[in-house]
Write a protein that binds this ligand. Structure first.
Ligand SMILES: NC(=O)c1ccc[n+]([C@@H]2O[C@H](COP(=O)([O-])OP(=O)(O)OC[C@H]3O[C@@H](n4cnc5c(N)ncnc54)[C@H](O)[C@@H]3O)[C@@H](O)[C@H]2O)c1
Length: 268
């Protein structure tokens, strides 16, 4: 997609990867709607790039829908929606997981991505196409013992992106995930940041993830459904998923048939 002159909406745009993405997209010539639950952060970032700020909790569907409506009314679009807002909880031992922490992370990391993608699909269908990029994580592609529920949410994002992408191709809508490794943002917290520094662990600059968002947004249509691995010192690379072994039963077909026309609500 040509970015210059188009419109982007970025959730979690007030800080870290979202902020870097807003700056990068604005530098590419896009008008940007900065969505964040933090009104001050959203306002500062939007002002810096001449965009607009919208305050919303992405875990609340009505607030996401209102943010898209405000974007459409004030800027148009969006042509590119970046579902980036997310948090970590850092609970390594599942036995220690408080119900409140579990619900707290599902809001932005799972509900927020679903609600943002849904609103984007509705808006983009009406406009004749667009690109959706969700910020997953390497923790969506591999185990992440320090925060297993975070890993669960990021696997959910990867599963959603890969599952909706093929069905949206005919609408001219491409869907991607970016999967960053550890990146220097506020999500790490001072203690983890210090420990990583002491261990000499290389952190990425958020600008590198913004670059990956641009790469995904400009990828050829047939790359839809890609999950772009972001590692220090490497350009963003689509992850190569292995094929799952098929059935070994005489006469079995290897692929699930098209079930989209069925009317009963049951499923696998
Ligand atoms: N920093 C990393 O190491 C890293 C690695 C992989 C993936 N990620 C992912 O990148 C994304 C951005 O995180 P970051 O590292 O820039 O962290 P960050 O804390 O710097 O930024 C997150 C932003 O999201 C906003 N936000 C949080 N919950 C929200 C909600 N419910 N509604 C609206 N806005 C909300 C925050 O106010 C903040 O501005 C997250 O999805 C995170 O999981 C980060």
């Amino acid at each position: 997609m040509e970015l210059d002159g188009r419109i982007a909406l970025v959730t979690g745009g007030g800080s870290g990867i979202g902020r870097a993405t807003v700056h990068r997209l604005a530098a590419e010539g896009m008008a940007v709607c900065v969505v964040d639950r933090d009104p001050v952060a959203a306002g500062v970032v939007a002002d810096a790039v001449g965009g607009i700020a919208v305050v919303a909790d992405v875990g609340v569907a009505s607030e996401v829908d209102t943010a898209f409506a405000e974007c459409a009314a004030r800027l148009g679009g969006p042509d590119l929606a970046v579902a980036n807002a997310g948090i970590a909880i850092g609970v390594a031992d599942l036995a220690d997981l408080a119900d409140a922490d579990y619900r707290r992370i599902l809001g932005p990391n799972v509900d927020g991505v679903v609600f943002t993608a849904r609103a984007a699909i509705r808006a983009m269908r009406a406009r004749g196409g667009g690109v959706i990029v969700a910020t997953a994580s390497l923790a969506g592609l591999m185990a992440f013992a320090p925060d297993p529920v975070y890993a669960l949410t990021k696997h959910a994002v990867v599963g959603l992106v890969r599952s909706i992408a093929p069905g949206l191709a005919d609408d001219g809508i491409a869907v991607h995930a970016v999967c960053p490794g550890l990146t220097d943002t506020a999500i790490l917290g001072p203690e983890i940041r210090e420990a990583l520094d002491a261990a000499g662990f290389p952190l990425m600059d958020p600008a590198q993830i913004a670059e990956a968002v641009v790469t995904a947004a400009q990828a050829p249509a047939e790359a839809t459904g890609s999950c772009w691995v972001c590692q220090p010192g490497r350009p963003a690379t689509p992850y190569g998923f292995r094929r799952v072994p098929g059935p070994r039963v005489e006469g079995a077909v290897g692929q699930v048939p098209d079930l989209s026309e069925r009317t009963d609500p049951a499923g696998p």
